[in-house]
Structures are given as C-alpha cells and as structure tokens.
Design a protein around this ligand. Structure first.
Ligand SMILES: *Cc1c(COP(=O)(O)O)cnc(C)c1O
Length: 288
C-alpha cells in the first residue's frame, strides 16, 4: 500500500487526499502531468522528466509553484515517507481553483506514488498489435491530462485485439496514446516522427542508443504508406521500454515476430538504465 501523496507540498494520507471542485483540471481538463519510474530509490532520468514537466507547464502558461530543486527534494521526501524503492511517481499540475470556472489562478500541484507497474511479459516476447485511428492530439508537445480519445476508444481496441492505438492524420502517423512509434526500414534505418508528437524521455534514450550502436536515425514525417514496407516497428514509453509491434490493423510486420533491431534496442535501453543507476551516488546527492 502507498500511504502518502503530496498536495501543494503537504504530505497527505493518500486515502483522504482530495482537491476542490473549482479546480480547472476537473472543470476544464486544464492540467499537465508527468510520470517516471524509481529504481532502487533513484528516479530514472530525473532531470529529463522534470524539464519536460516544466516545459509542459510553460506551454500552458502555468507557473510551477516550486523550483525544480525544491520539487526534487519534495519527491525524495515522499519516497522516504512511503518507503518503497521500486515504484512510479506521477506529477500533476492543474490550472488551480477558478472562481469564474475559467481563469487559471494559482496552480495546484500534486505528487502521487504508484506501485511499480508491470507490462505483461508476453507482450515483449511476442510483440503487440496496434489499431490505426485517425486523431490529432491537441498541443502534441504538452503532456496534458487530456486522454479523451485514448480512453474513449478502449472498447474498440479490445474488440480489435490491439492493446494500443496508432494515431494518424490521414497521411502521416504520429504516435500511440501514451507511447512513441518507430519503424525500421528494409535498409535498416530507424524512422520516427519529429514534430507533432510528445517527446518521450524513453524516445530520447532509445535514439541515443541507436546512434551508439550505429543504426541510422531519421526524425521526420512518417507516412502511412511507409508501413507496409517496414521491416520492424515498435513503441517506446516509460512503462513499456521498447515494445515490439508485429501487426498494425491487418498488416503483418516483417515475420510477425519481434525483429532483431527492436530486440537490440531494447537491450541497449536496459543497459542505459543500468548505467544511469551506476552513475548516481545515491545518499550524497540527495537534497532534503
Ligand atoms: C507519456 C507519453 C509518451 C511517452 O513518453 P515517455 O517519456 O517515454 O514515457 C508518448 N506519447 C504520449 C502522448 C505520452 O503521453
């Protein structure tokens, strides 16, 4: 059980924690969040997630009520209070309480902790199916709390036997509801959309891994018409790491099994996670 969360910096019993009804996150969906894993007490790629959190806030014109070093200290305080070393953290920032139900005032900020999530092992071993769906995320570079489409189409995904969606605009593919998308071409080039997607922290790590291994990388528009010729396809996210995709609607990708390059990138990403953990001198670097 996770006992505590933080509401505006106050350590609060998670079972009792609440937020007022006039909050713009609730009334208008005006809010952002971020989400990262903690391994052996160490938040993974901490600065990357905090930078993105503050970038999302800035893009919505919300002022973070705490500095990033303060926020870090608060997160370590929460980790300490809950006493779990392998876990996940969710940061949330909303438009705050609005008397007129519309104008952002003082943002509310929340830090929640979750048990370490698990992706079914079968999905990594066998790869998954994606269902194409035409949708363009509003403000794609913002990690907003709005997942209207992703949540609304869950039943359709289930019927299609697809655990995740692949969004497109009729010409280009962009990303999945909560993950970035990539293809490996027949020539062994990794292609992933550059614009109009959420820039994943996992994406950044995986692209660096690809460059280190010597896999050519192209960040550019990715056309729907390129999918049939793809040798491999995969998703990345904090939760999923590198997750092979072996089918998109009725299109079978490659041999229908996870491909060698996706597998190698998955290993390289796990090695980067390990290297990051080794780099951190845990107790000395903590600021309380
Ligand atoms: C969170 C998210 C991702 C993946 O980002 P990571 O930092 O790798 O977890 C991709 N797309 C969307 C829309 C997201 O919300």
């Amino acid at each position: 059980m996770i006992r505590y969360c933080l509401i505006n910096g106050v350590l609060t019993d998670a079972a009792q924690a609440s937020i007022g009804l006039s909050d713009l996150g609730l009334l208008r969906g005006y809010g952002i969040f971020d989400y990262f894993l903690v391994r052996r007490g160490m938040p993974m790629f901490f600065d990357d997630y905090l930078d993105r959190f503050s970038r999302s806030a800035a893009l919505l014109g919300l002022e973070l009520p705490v500095s990033l070093p303060e926020l870090k200290a608060h997160i370590f305080r929460l980790l300490e209070a809950n006493g779990l070393s392998d876990t996940a953290i969710r940061l949330l920032l909303t438009g705050g309480y609005a008397e007129d139900s519309y104008t952002p005032t003082h943002p509310n900020w929340i830090v929640m902790q979750h048990p370490m999530p698990q992706v079914p092992a079968r999905q990594h071993a066998e790869g998954i199916k994606l269902m194409l769906y035409r949708h363009v995320r509003e403000l794609p570079e913002v990690k907003s709390t709005n997942y209207l489409t992703g949540i609304r189409i869950r039943e359709a995904l289930k019927s299609a036997g697809a655990p995740e969606v692949l969004y497109h605009d009729g010409r280009c593919v962009s990303e999945s509801a909560r993950s970035n998308f990539y293809i490996i071409t027949q020539e062994g080039v990794l292609v992933t959309p550059r614009d109009k997607v959420l820039h994943g922290v996992t994406r950044k790590q995986v692209l660096q891994s690809a460059r280190e291994i010597g896999i050519p990388v192209e960040e550019r528009e990715l056309l729907l018409t390129e999918l049939p010729a793809a040798a491999e396809t995969f998703l990345t996210s904090t939760l999923k790491g590198v997750l092979p995709v072996v089918q998109i609607d009725e299109l079978r990708i490659g041999s229908g099994a996870p491909g060698p390059i996706s597998t190698r990138l998955g290993e390289a990403f796990r090695a980067r996670v390990e290297a990051y953990l080794q780099q951190q001198n845990l107790p000395e670097e903590r600021e309380f």
